[in-house]
Design a protein around this ligand. Structure first.
Ligand code: SAM
Ligand code: SF4
Length: 328
């Protein structure tokens, strides 16, 4: 459906849990997150009901995220059930990759089309310091297992942070040299722990020059045709099998092309990463509201999607939720 600013909304990101097996400094506090009870988070049946309904409003793509989605119980069953919904054309997942080597085959068979793996460094010590768990080897194994399994759309997502992983930027791009994957650099957003800790993102212009210094000129690619497009722009490096992508949502706002809404694990439909506005779906789901009533709620909410984020302006709309609650 079109929102109040005539944008086509066709992509829902679902956070399956707030919990995680890493504690990345820009995302989660060292002590982890307050434990949600089972009652707090949507059940599989509730998530599926929302997906079935929202697919009638034009949602075609689902991304499963978290917290860490691979630790959610019955994840494979959920994917298989979403796969059965005719309007859903694409199911993606965003993971930290720690459990991927063990789960890649099952995820592939369950019906995942697109795999995003978060990785900010190629150095064991930096990984252990930034993510507060020593798990780099497992993530690298996960990436190569996923490629061998047959996933055709794999992206590595790196958040460049000043003074933390500057030295890793060019080396991470090298993952796409002999692998058919996309390595993407995503601007650090002033959300939750990143905002509180005062960490500063590395501007995309600096990221690009670090890559070009090691690998040569980045050649811009035209946007892919026939896909539900995301905000990334892609480049090619000479001699590389894969591609390099950049998402700089702060420097270059792409709100006029935004096509997504988000569902938190507690069932809050969030309309923009930056704004606290949205709609609680858990209460009406549990109060026995009919499909028609829920569709009305979803339609009204999507119509209220804010025009643009206000990350860089002082504003009263800022959401206090952390990235692990929103799913990135
Ligand atoms: N645990 C999974 C993972 O790390 O891929 C999924 C959830 S995580 C919240 C999703 C993405 O959000 C990750 O790629 C992570 O790097 C990114 N992220 C977390 N905090 C961020 C921030 N403040 N700015 C930009 N990206 C952030
Ligand atoms: Fe966990 Fe992902 Fe947040 Fe890191 S970015 S703490 S892996 S949810």
């Amino acid at each position: 459906m079109l929102d109040g600013f005539s944008r086509k909304i066709e992509y829902l990101r679902i956070s399956l849990t707030d919990r995680c097996n890493l504690r990345c400094k820009y995302c989660m506090p060292a002590e982890g997150v307050p434990k949600n009870s089972h009652w707090d988070i949507l059940t599989l049946e509730e998530i599926l009901r929302v997906v079935r309904l929202i697919s009638k409003l034009g949602i075609k793509k689902i991304r499963l995220t978290g917290g860490e989605p691979l630790i959610r119980r019955n994840l494979l069953l959920l994917i298989k059930e979403i796969r059965k919904i005719p309007a859903i054309e694409n199911i993606a997942i965003t993971t930290n990759g720690v459990l991927l080597a063990d789960m890649a085959q099952d995820l592939y068979e369950a019906g995942i089309d697109q795999l995003n793996i978060s990785l900010d460094t190629m150095r064991k010590e930096t990984f252990a310091d930034l993510c507060r768990v020593d798990a780099l080897e497992k993530v690298l194994q996960g990436i190569d297992t996923a490629i061998k399994t047959g996933f055709s759309d794999i992206k590595i997502n790196c958040v460049p942070i000043k003074g933390v992983n500057d030295e890793d930027i060019a080396e991470l791009a090298g993952l796409a040299q002999n692998r058919p994957i996309k390595v993407r650099y995503i601007e650090l957003m002033p959300v939750g722990c990143a905002f509180d800790s005062g960490l500063k993102g590395l501007p995309t212009s600096e990221v690009r020059s670090l890559i070009e210094k090691k690998w040569g000129t980045l050649h811009e690619l035209p946007p892919a045709k026939g896909k539900i497009l995301g905000p990334a722009s892609y480049c090619k490096l000479d001699g590389f099998s894969g591609e390099i992508g950049f998402i700089d949502a702060l420097e270059h706002k792409f709100c006029d092309k935004c096509n997504r809404v988000r569902l938190t694990s507690e069932g809050f439909l969030k309309l923009c990463l930056n704004h606290k506005e949205g709609t609680d779906l858990r209460t009406p789901l549990r109060k026995g509201k009919s499909d028609e009533e829920l569709l009305e709620l979803l339609t009204a909410a999507i119509n209220q999607k804010p025009q643009e984020h206000l990350f860089l302006e002082k504003n009263d709309h800022r959401d206090k939720r952390n990235m692990y609650q929103v799913g990135g």
